[in-house]
Design a protein around this ligand. Structure first.
Ligand code: 5GP
Length: 129
């Protein structure tokens, strides 16, 4: 069965999309640790990040870097944090999180945004890519 992220990439489940290229896809996390929390995902469905081949791994990091730079331009923050967890969704991904406080990296601190706020934020980030 396809992962929830494959369904998002294929447009079967909606998301607030940030960017995509031939191999990678970025969208806002629906349950963000901080405003702008974004997931960067390889389109090829592989569970664990460190099982990606070198080319996909390096490609994902290069893709995530572009998104992180746009995030930092968009969301007031001290810097962009990056995390790899994967305990919930078995489809490799990196979390990019605009940080002002350490607790924003804990995955216990959450913020809520309205659909309108998600939509506006995704537009603003895309405009800074
Ligand atoms: P992890 O697998 O790294 O532990 O966490 C998966 C992340 O994906 C979580 O931060 C969760 O909020 C996010 N997530 C899970 N399902 C969806 C979804 O359907 N849409 C979006 N945008 N994010 C999701």
């Amino acid at each position: 069965m396809s992962s929830i992220f494959t369904k998002i990439i294929n447009g079967e489940i909606p998301c607030y999309k940030i960017a995509e290229d031939d191999n990678f896809f970025a969208f806002l996390d629906i349950n963000p640790n901080a405003k702008g929390h974004t997931l960067c995902v390889p389109k090829k469905e592989i569970d664990k990040l460190f099982d990606l081949d070198d080319s996909a791994y390096i490609g994902l990091m290069q893709f995530a870097k572009k998104i992180a730079i746009a995030l930092e331009k968009t969301v007031p923050c001290q810097r962009i944090g990056m995390a790899v967890i994967g305990l919930e969704v078995p489809h490799a991904h990196v979390h990019l999180i605009p940080l002002n406080e350490m607790r924003e990296m804990t995955f216990k601190h959450k913020v809520s945004l309205t659909p309108e706020e998600f939509e506006t934020l995704s537009k603003e980030i895309r405009a800074n890519l």
